[in-house]
Write a protein that binds this ligand. Sequence first.
Ligand code: PA5
Length: 443
Amino acid sequence: AYLNFDSSKLTKFVHDNELAEMQAMVNAADSELRNGTGAGSDFRDWLDLPTNYDHEEFDRIKKAAAKINQDSKYLITIGIGGSYLGAQMALDFLHNNFYTREEETTQVVFAGNSLSSTYLQDLIELVGDADFSINIISKSGTTTEPAVAFRVFKEILIAKYGEEEANKRIYATTDANRGALKEEADANGWETFVIPDGVGGRFSVLTAVGLLPIAVSGADIDELMKGARDAQNEYVDADLTKNEAYQYAALRNILYRKGFTTELLENYEPNMRMFSEWWKQLMGESEGKDQKGIYPSSANFTTDLHSLGQYIQEGLRNLFETVVKVDKPTKDIKIPSQEGNLDGLEYLQGKSMDWVNTKAYEGVVLAHTDGGVPVMTVHIPDQSAYTLGYTIYFFEVAVGISGYLNGINPFNQPGVEAYKTNMFGLLGKPGYEEIGKKLNDQL
Ligand code: PA5
């Protein structure tokens, strides 16, 4: 397999027979996922997206990216949740840690993923007089956070370029037929890209949602899709001995039933922090429902070994860890020699820094295992676009199986509506007057 899933350090927590004993349940989950007999079956189109995507649109994405690279210093990418996290994590994963400071290319900057006025004003000041375009991304077309940010930047865009040119600088990624954004796009002649009906927000990174900003950043979206396509072909067998994504799903379920109810996704690369944020949405929104589910959390190592490390080693024993370890770093550095050895580091001179990082990882795995924390590792070969596509698909297919193993609908998200209703009531949105009155009384 291209990725290498290592569960060998679980022996203290999971007996040899346990995985095989999950096979019948995995077969059932596989059948629900593949045959559409499970709950939420209308939202499984991400499963064959890497082979069955709209090639005409894919080419339009590349053309739009080329135009934006020509005429814009900034691409204001506006979206939240599934319409944001995938693009941000991919940009971070694929580029230099300081890539936003490179002058030559279009800078992809994000807005509409919070309601912070300070953030938005800071961004307006960053863009200043520079040329820019907007990619507004919203499946529903009505989400408040992106809608507010879009209004603000649309006004600036029109003031700067006039309506006609502004309309050529707005790219709308939304539903094929429905929603306020689709209507506005059609009315103004904006170029539109589609979030397919059968792909939920958190599974949409390999649609135009992720692909346009990723292409604008200069990353290779063909390779990204190729990696996902190869993973699609790799993780098809329901046989647990042959399918590592399914093994991961089954082992998380085994651990969950033993009381390990919080999973930490971990990395040893600072530019994978957002990968964990993307993964947290994928896992949390898919599995946290019906008053059950593993709580997805994350830690960034070795940084957080100096903060969360104490808790992980000795705190409440409900944690397990999944490390996504890059086997070959994008860049490596040799540790220099220093006369006098005053810092006491001479025993490391000439060693590669990544070797030290890997020794830290090995030491942590053994220490945490000793401390009562089960640790699994997904080894990924490198931080290429191909590997990212592959890894995205690994976790997507794993959460589909994992959700069905836990008897929930992995593809809906009814819980995200509750706060919205309250917010609309408090904001005085037409139609929400009664709930607004009730809530204001409570406040
Ligand atoms: O996964 C989800 O459904 C959510 O995180 C949505 O992606 C998020 O709420 C944004 O929704 P929309 O794309 O409709 O603006």
